[in-house]
Design a binder for this molecule. Sequence first.
Ligand SMILES: Cc1ncc(C[n+]2csc(CCOP(=O)(O)OP(=O)(O)O)c2C)c(N)n1
Ligand SMILES: [Mg+2]
Length: 321
Amino acid sequence: MNLTTEELSQLYYRMLQARHFEETLEDLFHRRVLHGTTHLGIGQEAAGVGAAFAALKQGDLTILTHRGHNETIGLGADLTMLMGEMFGRSGGCSGGKGGSMHFIDLEHGNYGETGVVGGAYPLACGMAFTQQYNETGKAVLCVGGDGSVNEGNFHESLNLASVWKLPVVFFIENNLYSMSTPLEKEMNIINISDRSQSYGIPGITIDGNDVVEVYEIVRKALDYARSGEGPFLIEALTYRQCGHSKSDRQIYRSEQEVENWKKEDPIPRFAEYLIEHGLAEEGDLYRLERRAYEDVKVALAAAKEMPVPNDDSVYTDVYAE
Ligand SMILES: Cc1ncc(C[n+]2csc(CCOP(=O)(O)OP(=O)(O)O)c2C)c(N)n1
Ligand SMILES: [Mg+2]
């Protein structure tokens, strides 16, 4: 394995930060403290945090979907800036003008989320072409959802990336649903990774709830892309334990199905792995959990104190200089 004990702890800690951050958001929306909408990735932390951690460690760039909190936190974003963004405050990562679907953190190579399903694929090609043209030696991690692989953007982008051998890894978080539509009503194939064959690139389906597997495969795929071999398609099987967005009553799936997937929750699974392999003790994990919990509490208190954006900010960050 390519991770030190310290890095494994950090990975676990960031998964916990992501979980506590999102559970706090869920509570704030329920209590109508926060307005608008949000797409939580509760249950998808191994996929999001694990993939992002691989990109971060190698200095690569990342571009996300509308459900990008796990990756943003996996890349090491300051939770106060994220919470400030949720509250629409000027200290938020998008100046309080974007909200949940506009988390961005250029310092850690995070080129941001997009609310346009499938919108990130062509942007990732542009980012990857820039790296190739300028010979930066960096690759791009482009995250997508299972629903987005039926968009024209996905197919055109994989084709272009393939023929131009662009350094990009397409990482699909297959959570089995696109809003209320189950996978089998979206496509007639079982594995999304099979689509790689149409574009002459490698593709693989992995256990997206196993953070170590996710990290290792994404790391290897980024190495492959960076070495000039071209793009790679990864399908990570996972499950969204929460609703699609804040107003989803989830009548399209059974409670039993959700309960079954909760048994595959990536956080306790990783804790078990760390303990079984002698990589951490119960006490260490408990301390990391307390720390993550405190981080979110501090971020929440700080966000509430931030000023709202001033009126002039309506005109800033709209067009490039
Ligand atoms: C181009 C476009 N079409 C439709 C929507 C509405 N929409 C938002 S999320 C979503 C489902 C996306 O499903 P998937 O790609 O599987 O990602 P998930 O929400 O499961 O993470 C849809 C259809 C949108 N935002 N953009
Ligand atoms: Mg989905």
